[in-house]
Write a protein that binds this ligand. Structure first.
Ligand SMILES: *Cc1c(COP(=O)(O)O)cnc(C)c1O
Length: 369
């Protein structure tokens, strides 16, 4: 049996008619860059997230960068985030001219450890970016309390957590702003590049709308220096279709995670993901841990099962961030987990048989490692 890590074709085939009709509508209207299909999706996505505003942008990296740009974060400022994330989180900070400051993560959820956050705050800190890694929200209440105490902004990196909940609150709706990516493989994925910022702050939403369009509040009138960070009309129309299917898709991921958990609970030598009682995990990634990760991945590959690693090298150990001068050992939890993570196949269209096969082969492989 073949089990790919991700199968975007299976997903497209399941909603082919709706998607094709939505794309055709945009083609007929020629509303290609920004425009009514993006505006409609923004309205729907804000309603889904329970925020007043959603602003569509070019991708998730734009979303993070434009929030900070709009809030005037720049040279001399520090922004605290975690080292075990996709590089875009830190890149957006650096692109503003600010300095990313990393803090270690909780050893069970791999999200920002509030105790480490507290120790990292300095007079230069302006904002905190917790990452809702793998589809589970960070422990937001202590993070928000620490931020309030120090007068800091909280910008949620919700790029992996569309529809995740924390104590009943939607990912992206708890801080000043939530940043989403709609990269094709994300829980809500476009068929190309797209992203969004959600917020209740009217002024912030308005500023990002100006910034994403070359700083122009009116055509050819430029009040600030902005950028081109528009969302495509076709992506907006596709995302409107896919948003309707997101709740069912997330439930399917959760059912798959339960099936993995039930099969693998007794298997020695691996660590399974943990869903916090306060959280609703949406399993963008189903990451287990193994001390013999590389061997395990190649054994599974030999059985036609494709796995991933999210992420093999923490950001402070990347060449791109060598200038921060942070040696190995700086963030033990992030570093150890990075050496052990194995992401198992996870997407809504996986079948019960495929998951059973992955579990059976995984158990057999682990026994002989
Ligand atoms: C995908 C992702 C991003 C960046 O989103 P793009 O749309 O690829 O720019 C940022 N942060 C995290 C945690 C992500 O997973």
């Amino acid at each position: 049996m073949k089990v790919p890590f991700l199968d975007l074709k299976a997903q497209y085939n399941s909603i082919r008619g709706e998607i094709n009709a939505a794309i055709q509508e945009v083609l007929d209207s020629t509303a290609f860059a920004g425009g009514p299909y993006v505006a409609k999706f923004e309205e729907q996505f804000a309603a889904y997230c329970g925020t007043k505003y959603a602003v569509g942008v070019g991708n998730g990296t734009d979303a993070l960068w434009l929030v900070m740009l709009a809030k005037g974060i720049g040279p001399g400022d520090e922004v605290i985030t975690v080292p075990n994330t996709f590089i875009a989180t830190a890149e957006a900070v650096s692109l503003c001219g600010a300095k990313p400051v990393f803090v270690d993560v909780d050893s069970r959820t791999y999200t920002m450890d509030p105790a480490c956050l507290k120790r990292a705050i300095t007079a230069k800190t302006r904002a905190i970016i917790p990452v809702h890694l793998f589809g589970q929200t960070a422990d937001m209440d202590p993070i928000l309390a620490i931020a309030r105490e120090h007068g800091l902004m909280v910008i949620e990196d919700a790029c992996q957590a569309h529809g995740a909940l924390y104590k009943g609150r939607m990912a992206g709706s708890m801080g000043l702003a939530g940043c989403f990516s709609f990269y094709p493989g994300k829980n809500l994925g476009a068929y190309g590049e797209a992203g969004a910022v959600v917020t209740d702050d009217q002024e912030l939403a308005a500023k990002i709308k100006v910034l994403r369009e070359h700083g122009q509040p009116k055509k050819y009138i430029h009040s600030v220096i902005g950028w081109n960070a528009r969302m495509d009309g076709i992506q907006g129309a596709i995302l409107s279709v896919k948003l309707r299917h997101l709740p069912a898709a997330n439930e399917a991921r959760r059912a798959h995670a339960r099936q993995y958990g039930e099969h693998l609970a007794g298997v020695a030598g691996i660590v399974l993901p943990v869903e916090m009682p306060v959280a609703k995990h949406v399993y963008h990634i189903y990451a287990i841990r193994s001390r013999k990760r590389d061997e395990l991945i190649s054994r599974l590959a030999a059985r036609d099962i494709a796995c991933g690693i999210h992420y093999p090298v923490p950001l402070h150990l990347q060449e791109a961030y060598a200038s921060l001068g942070l040696p190995r050992g700086s963030y033990p939890v992030a570093e150890e987990s990075a050496q052990e993570f194995v992401s198992l196949p996870m997407y809504p269209e996986l079948s019960i048989e495929q998951i059973a096969y992955v579990c059976q082969e995984l158990e057999a492989a682990v026994k002989t490692l």
